[in-house]
Design a protein around this ligand. Structure first.
Ligand code: C5P
Length: 304
């Protein structure tokens, strides 16, 4: 008999391009972004339990009140939409740093939706599941796509899935402290005197065919704002490039930064440099496919 336990690796993302465009009437800025999944991951394990949704957070990361956790909210939204009574135990093993621009909370929410869908035999149509994802947060739909590489617009929920590029070594580094997303967008708006570009830079789709071509278009409009808050970041990005990174950028709205390398040795060298400068570091790879949901808890990805 199959084990009733479902385990899903909730992988982090980086934005290889993040252009901030006009502020929409929703209060959110329209974006043009390229999402890329990386192997740094949290783990979600779901199994039948006592009545209700019980969430247990493993590890030592403060994720705030349990009911506000995106995993809890995703589980509640799933059971409401499927008109099922929950009797579920969800374990969340946190490894992705929180509020760091890596989409950890959003990925946890998507992984919860995927795990519960698998556990209950897919009671919701894919379009409905995607709508739940978008309601939970702008980045959540990316983690429901079939490939971990996508061009996105609006708040990031309008997605064009792309063929993934070959897996490359990644170094993620965090200087410590959180950079609130709302403050980052507000500051960018101030710096631009409220005048955002209304149209994104039109880059050729061929620019998404190789890491070298993509590197020419890699940028993040929120970088400058993060540099104001964390003065060590420009030097750290320089170190990533000096170590051989093809792309080195702020992750999302920060404060993590990341480098994508051709060779493991270069990423390892960058890890040494940034650890020496007081950054927390994680080695990972870019993903060519999302790790599948698995029955049992011992078959998931391990973080290197
Ligand atoms: O996505 P999230 O709800 O975490 O964003 C927090 C805040 O950041 C929003 O309330 C908004 O002020 C700002 N934001 C924005 N445009 C985006 C994403 C976030 O202005 N695309």
């Amino acid at each position: 008999m199959n084990s009733p336990t479902i385990s899903v690796e909730a992988c982090a993302k980086v934005n290889l391009r993040l252009a901030v465009l006009a502020r929409e009437t929703t209060g959110y800025h329209s974006l043009e972004t390229i999402f890329c999944g990386i192997s740094l991951s949290d783990r979600i394990v779901v199994e039948p339990g006592e009545r209700g949704v019980r969430l247990e957070i493993d590890g030592h990361i403060d994720t705030g009140p349990l009911e506000e956790n995106l995993v809890f909210r995703a589980a509640t939204a799933f059971y409401d939409a499927a008109a099922l009574d929950p009797s579920i135990h969800v374990q969340l093993e946190k490894r992705i740093p929180s509020a760091a621009g890596l989409g950890g909370g959003s990925s946890d929410a998507a992984a919860t939706l995927r795990a519960l869908s698998e556990l209950h035999g897919h009671p919701l149509p894919p379009a409905k599941l995607l709508r739940l994802a978008a309601d939970l947060g702008s980045d959540v739909p990316f983690f429901m796509t079939s490939t971990p590489f996508a061009l996105a617009w609006s708040r990031g929920e309008r997605l064009l899935e792309l063929p993934p590029l070959p897996s490359r070594p990644v170094l993620v580094a965090h200087p410590g402290g959180a950079l609130p997303t709302a403050a980052a967008f507000a500051r960018l708006s101030d710096l631009r005197h409220g005048e955002h570009p209304t149209q994104a830079f039109a880059f050729p789709l061929g620019a998404l065919d190789s890491w070298q071509a993509l590197a020419l278009h890699a940028s993040n409009d929120l970088e400058f704002v993060a540099f104001e808050r964390v003065s060590r970041l420009p030097h750290a990005l320089r170190s990533l490039l000096d170590a051989g990174a093809v792309i080195a950028l702020l992750a999302g709205s920060g404060a993590s930064i990341f480098g994508i390398f051709e060779a493991d040795e270069d990423a390892d060298r960058a890890a040494g440099l940034l650890a020496g400068a007081g950054f927390a570091t994680w080695r990972a790879t870019t993903l060519e496919r999302w790790p599948p949901a698995v029955r049992g808890i011992d078959q998931g990805l391990t973080n290197g």
